[in-house]
Ligand binder design. Structure first.
Ligand SMILES: NCc1[nH]cc(CCC(=O)O)c1CC(=O)O
Length: 309
């Protein structure tokens, strides 16, 4: 065995679970001996402001990239939905693992689902994507900000600050918290974020041998679906202050890509929604499907919404 491979990871419980999951896969399937390098990122430290206001999702990945750059670690494991649409020069996303449950979960100590919430109930989420879709389903709800890692958000619910909160099912399941899920939103009523539930492996673009090894973990259907989803976001400007949802599902040999865009400030403005279909066989075709869906949103008025961001 030569030098041990190191995974750079954030130290939240979810990030550590994900890094350990990849560590085990690499040992099992590729017989690689891999260790972890834990680190705290700016995104983890800033808990009081909406992420979209302080630099966006890139905050969670930047420090990890610096560790790769300096050779302190060799790969980074990300929740794909936290990875910016275009990586900085010198880095590459070389493998996308099979997706966990991509749905959003309704979590509450008193109510079984969204329909049961009384008029004017308080729902916690800081995701603009969730805000605009909740407002569309239930205009009467009061939506309050909710930041922090999964354990923090659940604690804030338990302390009584909210009637319900909305979280990604994948994170809850990974942390053994599935019993907190009261119901799951169907993907067509609360369309997930591009990449939700999938993990992406990032390396330095010049790490050719490692890239090739990691490509062995690639899950093709998830890769094509998430490429299509991310292309919608990229085509519309890719910023995380954008209330955009994009989720693709394979139905037989067909990929069905649903997307929705809300107004970034006036959350009661109509939600723009569209569905595109295709049979992408490679990355270029998957991206083309995403671009067609973005164009359909533009034809419904997306540009005017985005100009307000
Ligand atoms: N935005 C933070 C984040 N990044 C990834 C997950 C969950 C796991 C996933 O979707 O892959 C979460 C929590 C959430 O949105 O509730």
């Amino acid at each position: 065995m030569t030098q041990q491979l190191l995974i750079a990871t954030r130290e939240s419980r979810l990030a550590l679970w994900q890094a350990e999951h990849v560590q085990a896969l690499l040992a099992e399937r590729l017989k690689l001996d891999v260790g972890l390098l834990g680190m705290t990122t700016r995104g983890d430290q800033i808990l009081d402001r909406a992420l979209s206001k302080v630099g966006g999702k890139g905050l969670f990945v930047k420090e990890l990239e610096t560790a790769l750059e300096e050779g302190r670690a060799h790969l980074a494991v990300h929740s794909l939905k936290d990875v910016p649409m275009d990586l900085p020069e010198g880095f590459a996303l070389v493998s996308i693992l099979e997706r966990e449950d991509p749905r959003d979960a309704f979590v509450s100590n008193r109510y079984a689902n969204l329909a049961e919430l009384p008029q004017g109930a308080v729902v916690g989420t800081s995701s603009l994507r969730r805000v605009v879709q909740l407002k569309n389903l239930r205009p009467d709800l009061r939506i309050e900000p909710l930041r922090g890692n999964l354990d923090t958000r659940l604690r804030k619910l338990d302390e009584g600050g909210y009637d319900a909160i909305v979280l990604a099912a994948a994170g809850l399941k990974r942390l053994g918290l599935a019993e907190r899920i009261r119901s799951l939103f169907a993907v067509d009523e609360m369309i997930p974020c591009a990449g939700q539930g999938a993990l992406g492996l990032e390396v330095r673009a010049d790490a050719a041998t490692l890239s090739q090894q990691l490509a062995g973990l690639m899950h093709e259907p998830t890769w094509l679906a998430t490429q299509a989803e991310r292309a919608v976001s990229r085509a519309l400007g890719g910023s995380c202050s954008m209330p955009l949802a994009a989720h693709a599902v394979w139905e037989g040999g067909e990929l069905q890509l649903a997307a929705a865009l809300g107004h970034p400030e006036h959350h009661d403005k109509p939600l723009l929604k569209t569905l595109g279909r295709g049979q992408p066989r490679n990355e270029a075709e998957a991206r083309a499907l995403g671009e067609r869906v973005a164009q359909a949103l533009r034809e419904q008025g997306a540009s005017a919404y985005l100009a307000a961001a």
